[in-house]
Design a protein around this ligand. Structure first.
Ligand code: ARG
Length: 463
């Protein structure tokens, strides 16, 4: 049997493999809510404009409501033979209200329908992700305030560089996440134009009120060019780009958690809630959640690549290649949501080992820059010379196997005679972090201010 929706000129039905490659219902069924909402808005507008009879519009709306509750109640049978969500819904509408269902498709096409549904879906997904990212920031800022004064080693090249505070480190991710949220918000703003009413590609001869439909669906305006509206998927690319960058941020932190929880490092601990055991090695405590956050970045970036490649050679307007836009996006955004939730959980769960952190911060002569700065500030030595003198003092400390602040004044004076014991005021890691008061610096006082600023911004009461 040929297709009831479009089979007028067809004599036979499709080959089984045609049906299989063509069907998108297995994934675009996730658009059911948006598809029904868009159809309701369209039918309402058609009725108001006198394009279809008011009675038909009413019946259509009623039928669509029934379908929505059937789907949500698990009572709807999705059929692959009906290809996609649009035809599944319309076919069921015909069963429920009879032939007037056929009027719903006046002045529209599946091309503007799917572009509209997918934008609506993306908008909802962005809102969900934004809320999750805000919760992640809240967890980070809360922990940062708790650890505003917890000293840890800061790294460059993964070599101990200068002491920082754990709170400062956590707040770095709050800032990154803020930009991630900004990118999603930006994508949301641009995608919020409505394709519906563009019909297949050229617009329609029916007297639509697209402003009315746009308003009903929460779009800022109807899209101004029908060819563009049905055929671009830049909103999916942009959202996936934002998702990719966000996932890279999560992945970097996940990698730090993996490193820090290694017994070789041991700067933080995760509880039983966020670790797993090994089936063979009873001593193991694996940071699987962090590893999976790091791993899921692969499929998120993969989805971005996928859609860019699908779109790159397509002439205007719609082509069926575009049906390949949904699975990657849906998979990537659910992977991202899961990753954000896992990171939020881990941030709340992790406990820094403050003693170990402080000890590690003091190793590797992390206060060498403080010594050089002291020579510049107090003895007015040019920084390059101060750097050299400090290098010689570090070498002496290394040869004696002691920390910088454990070296005697006499040993230092043997290298630079004018050094006084005031230098010891900057050589401990605590004094080092306390001195970093420049705006954006790691001083506990700064970290407290920044953590509180974020908590307040996130709508949380500040102690
Ligand atoms: N399932 C299709 C998609 O996701 C809907 C649009 C189909 N349009 C068409 N002209 N065959 O892209």
């Amino acid at each position: 049997m040929s297709n009831k929706m479009w089979g007028g000129r067809f004599e036979t039905g499709p080959d089984a493999i045609m049906e299989e490659i063509n069907a998108s219902i297995d994934f675009d069924r996730h658009l059911y809510r948006q598809d029904i909402a868009a159809s309701k808005a369209h039918a309402d507008m058609l009725g108001k404009q006198g394009i279809i009879a008011a009675d038909d519009a009413k019946n259509i709306a009623h039928g669509l409501d029934t379908i929505l509750s059937e789907i949500e109640g698990g009572k709807f049978t999705f059929k692959r033979a009906l290809e996609d969500i649009h035809m599944n819904v319309e076919s069921r509408l015909t069963e429920i209200i009879g032939p007037s269902a056929g009027r719903l498709h006046t002045a529209r096409s599946r091309n503007d329908q799917v572009a509209t549904d997918f934008r609506l879906w993306m908008r909802d997904s962005i809102d969900t992700i934004d809320a999750a990212l805000a919760a992640y920031q809240l967890a980070l800022a809360t922990k940062a305030l708790e650890h505003a004064g917890t000293v840890m080693p800061g790294f460059t090249h993964l070599q101990t560089a200068q002491p920082v505070t754990f709170g400062h480190h956590l707040l770095a991710y709050v800032e990154m996440t803020a930009r991630d949220r900004g990118r999603f918000a930006d994508a949301r703003k641009r995608l919020n134009e409505m394709p519906l009413g563009s019909a297949a590609l050229a617009g329609t001869s029916f007297p639509l009120d697209r402003d009315m439909t746009a308003k009903a669906l929460g779009f800022d305006r109807p899209a101004a060019n029908s060819l563009d509206a049905v055929s671009d998927r830049d909103f999916a690319m942009e959202t996936l780009a934002a998702a990719s960058i966000a996932s890279v941020h999560l992945s970097r932190f996940a990698e730090e958690i993996v490193m820090w929880t290694s017994p070789l490092v041991g700067l933080v601990k995760l509880s039983d809630k966020f670790t797993t055991g090994s089936s063979i090695m009873p001593q193991k405590r694996n940071p699987d959640a962090a590893e999976l956050v790091r791993g899921k970045t692969g499929r998120i970036i993969g989805a971005l690549n996928g859609i860019l490649i699908v779109m790159k050679g397509l002439p205007l307007a719609y082509a069926k290649d575009m049906q390949e836009d949904k699975e990657g996006v849906m998979d990537a955004l659910s992977a991202l949501s899961l990753s954000i939730a896992a990171m939020t959980g881990m941030v709340g769960d992790l406990t820094p080992d403050a003693t170990k952190m402080k000890k590690a911060a003091g190793e590797g002569y992390a206060t060498a820059t403080d010594l050089a700065d002291w020579l510049v500030r107090t003895l007015k030595i040019p920084f390059r010379d101060a750097h050299h003198i400090t290098g010689r003092i570090v070498a002496k400390a290394a040869a004696d196997g002691v920390a910088l602040h454990k070296l005697s004044l006499a040993d230092m004076q043997a290298i630079e005679a004018t050094i006084t014991d005031d230098v010891f005021n900057v050589l401990s890691v605590d004094k080092s972090v306390k001195s970093r008061v420049s705006f954006g610096g790691t001083a506990p006082k700064n970290v407290k201010t920044q953590a509180k600023r974020w908590l307040k911004k996130l709508g949380h009461s500040v102690p």
